[in-house]
Design a binder for this molecule. Structure first.
Ligand code: HPA
Length: 276
C-alpha cells in the first residue's frame, strides 16, 4: 500500500474522531468482546474506510472503536480498538495486514496491545492459558518492512527488541495483582490458512516455540518500525496439532476464547489503566 492509500484511510478516520488515539488495541479471534468496555464509543465499520483491507474471517467483526474506558476516577488513554484483523492468508499481501497498525500510528498511537488466539505447543500451556509474548519466530518468510523503510533504519531497528521489556514487566505485575494466571513464551507465526501438521509442530517445539498462530508478528514488526511500544498477549485456545488427541477446529478456538473472556477483559483493562 502506498502512502497515498494510507492517507485516504487517515483522512476519513480523522473526520470521525474528536481526540487522537494514543494507545491501540488489536483483538484476536473470539476476543472482540473487550470492545464493549469502551464508553461512549465512536464505532467505524472497516468497510466504510477508503483503502482499508476487508476481514473475512468468522469471529472477526471488522470494526474500529474509538474512545476511553473509565472506572470511577480512573480513565484510560484515548484508545483505538480493532475488533478483528486481516490475516496474511486472506490476501498474501503483508502490507494489507499491517495497514491497521500504520493507521493507528498515523493517528497518533504510541503503544500497541496486540492479542490473538493461538495453538499451544508447550504442553504446560493448555487451552485457556493467557500467554504474554516474550519474543517471536517468523516462519513465513514475509516482512512488512521490505520496500517500506530505508535499509539503515531497518538495520537499526533489528538491534532493539520489538517487544517492550518494561511494558511486559508492568503487564506481569498487573496480572499478579489481579490474581490472573499468565504465562510467558515464544509465539511462532505461520502463514496458514491450514493448521500445522504434527511434524511441523514438533519442529517448532524444537525451535523453542510455545505457541503458534497466523497473525500478530507482522503487526508487532510494523508497530516497532513506527516507534510504538508493544505488548503481545496470546490466548491459547487449543493444543497444537499432535500435542493432544483433540481434532482442531475454529469452533474450539472461539469456544475457548469465549470461556476466558472475563479474565482476558480484566487483564487488558487493568494493563490499560496501568499505562496512563
Ligand atoms: N494453529 C494456528 N493458528 C491457530 C491455532 C493453531 O493451533 N489456534 C488458534 N490459531
Amino acid at each position: 500500500m502506498t502512502q497515498t492509500a494510507l492517507n485516504d484511510s487517515l483522512e476519513f478516520l480523522r473526520s470521525k474522531i474528536t481526540a487522537a488515539p494514543t494507545l491501540a488495541v488489536v483483538l484476536g479471534s473470539g476476543l472482540g468482546d473487550f470492545g464493549n468496555q469502551v464508553q461512549r464509543p465512536t464505532i467505524v465499520s472497516t468497510s466504510e474506510i477508503p483503502n482499508y483491507p476487508a476481514s473475512t474471517v468468522q469471529g472477526h467483526a471488522g470494526r474500529i472503536i474509538f474512545g476511553t474506558i473509565e472506572d470511577g476516577s480512573r480513565k484510560s488513554q484515548q484508545l483505538i480498538v480493532f475488533q478483528g484483523r486481516v490475516h496474511l492468508y486472506e490476501s498474501n499481501d503483508v502490507q494489507k495486514v499491517v495497514h491497521p497498525i500504520r493507521v493507528a500510528a498515523g493517528l497518533g498511537a504510541k503503544s500497541l496491545i496486540v492479542t490473538n488466539a493461538a495453538g499451544g505447543i508447550n504442553r504446560l500451556y493448555d487451552p485457556g492459558t493467557l500467554m504474554f509474548i516474550q519474543d517471536y519466530i517468523n516462519l513465513t518468510g514475509e516482512n512488512p518492512l521490505i520496500g517500506n523503510e530505508s535499509i539503515n533504519t531497518i538495520l537499526h531497528k533489528r538491534t532493539t527488541p520489538a517487544m517492550e521489556p518494561a511494558l511486559l514487566e508492568k503487564a506481569k505485575t498487573v496480572a499478579l495483582k489481579n490474581g490472573i494466571k499468565t504465562k510467558e513464551g515464544i509465539y511462532c507465526w505461520t502463514k496458514g490458512p491450514t493448521y500445522e501438521t504434527a511434524a511441523e509442530i514438533r519442529m517448532m517445539a524444537t525451535l523453542g516455540a510455545d505457541a503458534v498462530g497466523m497473525s500478530t508478528v507482522p503487526e508487532i514488526m510494523a508497530a516497532h518500525q513506527s516507534g510504538m511500544s508493544v505488548l503481545g498477549i496470546s490466548c491459547i485456545t487449543n493444543m497444537a496439532t499432535g500435542i493432544s488427541d483433540t481434532k482442531l477446529s475454529h469452533a474450539e478456538v472461539t469456544e475457548t476464547a469465549n470461556r476466558v473472556k472475563t479474565d482476558f477483559t480484566t487483564l487488558v483493562r487493568e494493563i490499560i489503566f496501568s499505562m496512563t
